[in-house]
Design a protein around this ligand. Structure first.
Ligand code: PLP
Length: 391
């Protein structure tokens, strides 16, 4: 099939979504040989025992053929055990858990399943990049709730004003990528109360649930009135440093999980068979794993944040996630996009301009994002190079 003359092949819902900024910046990193602190993936693999569990599953022929649609029973059970151990939530592994191809598919399937064309979705801006595209693919409209520097706290009055009769769903993310904001219990409670008052669904992306450095992770589903209106999404990629395996999951009441499953079964149907068994083992790792993982990343956060400050940037130290946001204004720079495009040539480092995650480009114009889920020597070398900016 060829494109119709006079009509571009990409449909109108998707024309604003070209290739993602990560692909562009990673290509720039490869071309220039720069250190890539742009995309959020670790440069070392996760626990050896988890990798060995995957090898064993492959060799034993577990998951080499289509696994069950909702996910392998071992993993669904492990997800419920994890939710009980860390979140105090009791879930039925047969009806309240769905395994997905990463959190990305869980988000897309949730939007496709729960939205009608014309529905409005309120989400924190800056957005994780797949949110806007998933909302658009469902034919719905995104309504930003802008998080402003320096604290990136959600403005609950602005949120109340943003709710209209067309609002169907809140798409929340805490710990928040890219800002590192972690909702407080009071903020999460206020968001939950608003969802109940306006009878909204809530989809909550909790992929950084084990990377909270300050405060606590408050699962929205645990708050009063939320259990039956919340789709909770998480993933093994960030927590176990195997982002290439793409094992994620959805939890929620049976009706919501069944709805998301309906869309999901026609996206990938199933994925990552042997890896599902390995992640079932990963979720059962002792508390010490999760503690050491968090503390290791906290040390990396501090290494990079301190170094960026020494290099003359204004650092917004994150409360959670893999990312630190910095303001380039103290360097006499204004435009993060131009700065990041020039940075690999100037000093051999890749960062991502936060402006690309905002609908309102002025809001994040001088902010840039660095990933610190990298080896200490890489972070130290990046800081050394960035110090060269000021001579
Ligand atoms: C990385 C990330 C995802 C994607 O997770 P996968 O499991 O790799 O699909 C989703 N949401 C946020 C906020 C992320 O940072």
């Amino acid at each position: 099939m060829t494109a119709t003359p006079g009509r571009p092949p990409l449909n109108r819902r998707l024309t604003e979504f070209g290739s993602t900024i990560f692909a562009e910046m990673s290509a720039l990193a490869v071309r220039t040989g720069a250190l890539n602190l742009g995309q959020g993936f670790p440069d070392t693999d996760g626990p050896e025992s988890v990798r060995e569990a995957a090898v064993r599953a492959l060799r034993d022929g577990r998951g080499n053929q289509y696994p069950p649609g909702p996910g392998v029973p071992e993993l669904r059970l492990a997800v419920t055990e994890h939710q009980r151990r860390f979140r105090g939530l009791d879930l039925d592994p047969d009806t309240e858990v769905l395994v997905t191809a990463g959190a990305t598919e869980a988000i897309a399937a949730s939007m496709l399943a729960l939205l009608e064309p014309g529905d409005e979705v309120i989400a924190f801006e800056p957005f994780y990049d797949s949110y806007a595209a998933s909302i658009a693919m469902a034919g719905a409209t995104r309504v930003p709730l802008t998080l402003h520097a320096p604290d990136f706290r959600p403005d609950l009055d602005a949120l109340r004003d943003a709710v209209t009769p067309r609002t169907r769903l809140l798409l929340l993310n805490s710990p928040h990528n890219p800002t590192g904001m972690v909702l407080t219990r009071a903020e999460a409670t206020a968001l939950a109360e608003l969802a109940v008052a306006h009878d909204l669904l809530v989809v909550t992306d909790e992929v950084y649930e084990h990377l909270v450095f300050e405060g606590e992770h408050v699962p929205l589903a645990s708050l009063p009135g939320m259990r039956d209106r919340t789709v909770s999404i998480s993933s093994s990629g960030k927590t176990f440093s195997y982002t290439g395996w793409k094992v994620g999951w959805v939890t929620g009441c049976p009706e919501l999980v069944a709805a998301v499953r309906t869309a999901k079964q026609y996206l990938t149907f199933v994925s990552a068979g042997p890896f599902q068994y390995a992640i079932a083992e990963a979720l059962r790792l002792p508390d010490a794993y999760f503690h050491d993982f968090r503390e290791g990343l906290r040390a990396k956060r501090d290494l990079l944040a301190d170094g960026l400050a020494e290099a003359g940037l204004a650092v917004h130290r994150p409360q959670g996630t893999y990312f630190v946001t910095a303001d380039i204004s103290p360097l006499g720079e204004k435009d993060g996009v131009a700065f990041c495009l020039a940075l690999p040539e100037r000093c051999g480092v890749v960062a991502v301009p936060t402006a690309v995650f905002y609908d309102d480009p002025s809001a994040g114009r001088s902010l840039i994002r660095f990933a610190f889920c990298k080896r200490d020597e890489v972070l130290r070398e990046a800081v050394r190079r960035l110090k060269g900016l000021t001579g």
